[in-house]
Design a protein around this ligand. Structure first.
Ligand code: TRH
Length: 378
């Protein structure tokens, strides 16, 4: 049994890389009782989603995971049985050399970015020999369809979500001084990049047919939104109002708590990779702000996801939803009609989401696939 795992993560920007790595590390510890070291080069970023982490400490045990600062130069350590290099971060040379010297060589996996593109099942599971050393690296590609490595999904996640009832939702709201829901209110969470066309959406929301209550974790988008609503700066807890729109800035949440935010909302704006996946498991309609890549590589990625996600939607609704997503990502104008259609058909969107999530649930989750793969290598 390969019990000792090392996960390496470099924080490029934002929180997706460490978000995925931290989630995976915890799951391997909780569900498989593995010994996991998480090597991260930016503890402060991890501390944002895992406040128990103390940024100045080089090695610390947090929720059963040994969290270690990945420093340069990297000092020699005995390699683990399984080595996960996340998102093609380059492993320290000294560590790779030590891997090659092991009698029982570690299983080396590169965990790649999530994509719905057609080529993903073909590339998932491919191996590549090291150019000099006698080591082989295998590529794991997460995805939404069979033949990929699946998505991160903790064993009890969907049960927990289903058990999250009205009183649990009220408790969550009390923790952050979020007011009781108004009878007709539509609740939205907003997590997006600074480039999103916020002004246009705010205009639509101010003039919406029913009250909208927007929850925004603190950050630059919350700042921008607060100024748009006439405040000097954003203030956690304070509710700003304009027309039908109310906005409340809440603290940036611990990762598990962020799930609950998604569960208490009727619609979630999510971004990047990990929050997109969480929005699926929250089983609520969502709008995705894709991580903008150089050379616009994100457009085919967005198109592939939308094609898959809307495949069983009535054509008109699918077209409106896609137009909304494209506009949110900067292609085309935010169309009032498309937005109203989403609001007016929220029941149909929810039904579509239910079917989609049922389909996704049939996949084996990413952590199980990883563990199974490493067991087969013994
Ligand atoms: O932060 P991101 O934009 O990350 C991005 C993408 O992953 C992208 O693919 C990658 O290349 C780039 O980083 C470097 O969005 P993402 O992926 O949703 O990660 C955010 C993490 O933060 C996720 O784990 C959820 C978590 N989170 C909280 O824990 N609390 C919060 O309040 C919020 C808003 C998010």
């Amino acid at each position: 049994m390969r019990r000792r795992w090392d996960i390496f993560c470099t924080v490029v920007d934002n929180l997706g890389d460490i978000g995925v790595s931290w989630r995976l590390a915890r799951q391997l510890v909780f569900e498989y009782q593995l010994e996991v070291r998480l090597w991260v080069d930016d503890m402060a970023s991890l501390a944002r989603i895992a406040p128990e982490v103390i940024p100045g400490v080089l090695k610390q045990l947090v929720q059963g995971v040994e969290v270690c600062l990945w420093q340069q130069p990297f000092e020699y350590i005995a390699p683990a049985d399984v080595v996960i290099e996340t998102f093609a971060c380059d492993l320290p040379e000294v560590y790779v050399a030590a891997m090659a010297k092991q009698v029982h060589q570690p299983v080396w996996i590169n965990l790649e970015y999530l994509s719905a593109e057609d080529w993903v099942p073909e590339y998932h599971g491919l191996s590549s020999p090291h150019p000099r050393l006698s080591l082989v690296k295998t590529f794991f590609f997460p995805g939404f369809v069979q033949g990929t490595s699946g998505l991160l999904r903790e064993k009890h996640l969907l049960v927990l979500r289903n058990e999250f009832d009205v009183s649990a939702a009220q408790e969550f709201c009390h923790r952050y001084n979020i007011p009781e829901r108004q009878p007709d209110e539509f609740r939205i969470s907003l997590f997006c990049y600074d480039s999103a066309p916020l002004e246009n959406l705010v205009k639509l929301w101010i003039n919406a047919a029913k009250p909208i209550f927007l929850l925004v974790p603190q950050g630059t988008v919350a700042d921008k939104l607060s100024v748009l609503l006439g405040a000097q700066q954003s203030e956690i807890g304070k509710v700003l109002k304009s027309g039908q729109l109310s906005v409340q800035v809440i603290p940036f949440l611990e990762q598990t708590e962020y799930d609950r935010l998604l569960w208490v909302c009727d619609l979630n704006f999510v971004r990047g990779e990990d929050s997109l996946v969480r929005a699926q498991w929250a089983n609520r309609p969502f709008i995705w702000h894709i991580y903008p890549q150089q050379e616009v590589a994100h457009w085919p990625k967005l198109a592939a996801f939308l094609k898959l996600f809307t495949a069983d939607m009535p054509a008109k609704r699918a077209a409106e939803f896609c137009a909304l997503c494209y506009a949110w990502n900067g292609k085309g104008d935010l169309d009032t009609a498309a937005w109203s259609s989403m609001m007016n058909n929220s029941g149909a969107f929810q039904q579509h989401q239910n079917t989609w999530v049922k389909q996704l649930q049939c996949q084996t989750d990413l952590a199980s696939n990883l563990v199974r793969f490493t067991r087969n290598r013994i």
